[in-house]
Design a protein around this ligand. Structure first.
Ligand SMILES: [Zn+2]
Length: 261
């Protein structure tokens, strides 16, 4: 549920321009942790649990941590997968899915959850990978889970990762760890979608940290209108051309959908 209403309006000229594009206008959305926060998904830095309180999450999200203690790392990601499975898409996710009735929407997300997909969005590019796409650490082919993760309120401190059915290697979480490059296929798709669009919406992320910051910069250079939806807009402070909507993701995306549909 939105925590407050968003009374922000698209500039009339922009709204009319979007409505007058023939066919199905392209909309591109870059979403971050703030888009999932209202579903109860803790942001990465908040993802502390009593069991993990002595650990810095950054210490669990590196290749070094995996090599040192794969059972510890696997257990932590299984706990995160469970918290996502227990959550539901919020009004912001649903508003983005609804926009597909009139627009060709490409969602670029920094989130590793599957809430956009579960809300009904059909084109989701995961810049940072996914909790639901494990792969073999040795041969990189897709892996499978043991089964459902344990309940979130009874996490395990260690779980042996599954074995790869192709090579016998250990299956690792399908997320991008610190120090790893972004998946190239996803990045190329994101770059293309941010310039070949009628509007770029940045929501729930400041989008000022590289490499993601390059996406709104490219859009602005290509004279694509950029809208930022954040409770405290940050991107707009760096780029005067950005339209700032100071509201939550759920309220802001709901307002956007009501103005564009
Ligand atoms: Zn393998």
């Amino acid at each position: 549920m939105p925590t407050d209403d968003c009374c922000c309006q698209l500039p009339t000229a922009l709204r009319e321009a979007l409505r007058s594009v023939p066919g199905r206008p392209q909309l591109t959305v870059l979403s971050g942790a703030g888009a999932s926060a209202e579903s109860g998904i803790a942001t990465f830095r908040d993802a502390q649990h009593a069991l993990w309180a002595d650990f810095d999450p950054a210490e669990l999200a590196t290749e070094q941590a995996w090599r040192r203690d794969p059972a510890r790392v696997w257990a932590w990601y299984e706990w995160r997968r469970r918290t996502v499975m227990d959550a539901s898409p919020n009004e912001g996710h649903l508003a983005l899915a609804a926009l597909e009735s009139r627009y060709d929407v490409t969602l670029i997300t920094q989130n590793v959850d599957d809430l956009h997909e579960r809300a009904g969005s059909s084109q989701v590019v995961h810049l940072h990978g996914s909790l639901f796409a494990p792969r073999c650490f040795a041969c990189a082919r897709p892996g499978t889970f043991h089964g459902l993760p344990p309940q979130a309120d009874s996490p395990q401190s260690r779980m042996n990762p599954p074995g790869c059915k192709h090579c016998g290697g250990k299956v690792r979480p399908g997320v991008v760890w610190f120090g790893e490059a972004l998946p190239q296929v996803a990045w190329k798709a994101a770059e293309a979608a941010t310039v070949n669009t009628s509007l770029l919406v940045v929501v729930g992320t400041s989008a000022i940290v590289q490499p993601a910051a390059r996406l709104p910069e490219r859009a602005l250079r290509a004279e694509v209108p950029v809208l930022e939806i954040n409770t405290t807009p940050v991107l707009a402070q760096h780029h005067s051309a950005v339209i700032a909507w100071p509201c939550t993701a759920a309220a802001g995306l709901g307002a956007l959908a009501s103005q564009l549909l």
